[in-house]
Design a protein around this ligand. Structure first.
Ligand SMILES: [Zn+2]
Length: 308
């Protein structure tokens, strides 16, 4: 594909898995999509391990994920970043957001939130940062807002945000930094220009853009692709028992991932090494091909694999 000249100079993309299990087919597809988009734009591709939720993490999963990426020829361009080592950065960003009035403390209990299916109902933040004593969560003060953002795969994505109920957590009561804060702080600090990820994270994008706005920093471009599903139409994930990728058969797996990403069969049939496969993938990469039909090709392969 033809890369935009300005993007070519500065593109920085990333793949950011959580170490909650080994790399499976769906997460490998996400890795390859972000890799191909970065390389098709002559950009850098970074890997960040999102290990800020110790309760969900599995020992050695991070090293297993990195080993699988390596086995599939997906080599990252800079040192791997671990969120568990970046508490100081998150603390700084949280302090900056607090200083500009974008946050408030919330002592709502878990049972209060459960009544409303986890959505925030109270108006803790109405009078500015309240004077509650810990433990409390820190929430982002979301404005009433109807708008749209330009997704580089899906096109214009409309959204509506509700002040109060959509006020999301930046730091949890237990002191852990929450996903939205850590991701935005990292994307900003790492100079990420493009975030290519699955549609399951689409709802996060307006929230992350709000944080960027509060920090007076341009957000990255976001592009969301359709997720692989199993035979029942469920997203391939650890919850649906997606099978870990087989590091002993990287050629076979990569071949099917490339087909699922819209690369033409004749473009990759001649490839005899992993590098040739990936190179053909880069040449054939086209965002338009992954807008809506990611999982419609090679369905038999994925479904057969998913059953195992
Ligand atoms: Zn509250």
């Amino acid at each position: 594909m033809q890369a935009d000249a300005a993007q070519t100079l500065s593109y920085r993309g990333r793949f950011a898995p959580s170490p909650t299990g080994p790399l499976h087919q769906g997460s490998l597809l996400a890795a390859v999509a972000s890799y191909l988009d970065a390389k098709a734009h002559k950009g850098k591709w970074l890997v960040r391990i999102e290990d800020i939720d110790p309760l969900r993490e599995i020992p050695h999963a991070a090293s297993a994920i990195l080993k699988s990426l390596d086995a599939h020829g997906l080599h990252w361009d800079e040192s791997v970043v671990y969120q568990s080592q970046r508490q100081v950065l998150y603390q700084d960003v949280l302090a900056t957001l607090a200083a500009c009035g974008s946050t408030y403390t919330c002592a709502c209990s878990r049972s209060e939130l459960e009544v409303s299916a986890g959505r925030h109902q109270r108006t803790c933040g109405i009078h500015g940062a309240s004077q509650q004593s810990p433990p409390f969560a820190v929430r982002f003060r979301v404005p009433h807002q109807t708008g749209k953002f330009e997704d580089c795969i899906q096109g214009a994505v409309p959204y509506t945000l509700h002040s109060g109920t959509d006020d999301f957590v930046l730091q949890r009561k237990e002191g852990f930094y929450a996903y939205q804060l850590a991701v935005t702080a990292d994307d900003r600090e790492q100079g990420i220009t493009h975030v290519i990820r699955g549609l399951d994270l689409l709802h996060s994008t307006p929230l992350q853009r709000l944080i960027f706005q509060s920090l007076h920093h341009n957000p990255p471009e976001y592009g969301h692709f359709l997720l692989l599903t199993d035979a029942k139409g469920r997203k391939l994930s650890k919850q649906t028992h997606a099978r870990p990728v087989d590091d002993q058969q990287p050629m076979k797996t990569l071949y099917h991932v490339l087909l699922a990403l819209g690369i033409q069969r004749q473009e990759i049939d001649q490839a005899s090494t992993i590098q040739e496969l990936l190179e053909a993938g880069i040449q054939g990469w086209n965002r338009e091909n992954i807008a809506a039909k990611t999982n419609l090709v090679e369905a038999d392969y994925w479904h057969a694999e998913g059953k195992a």
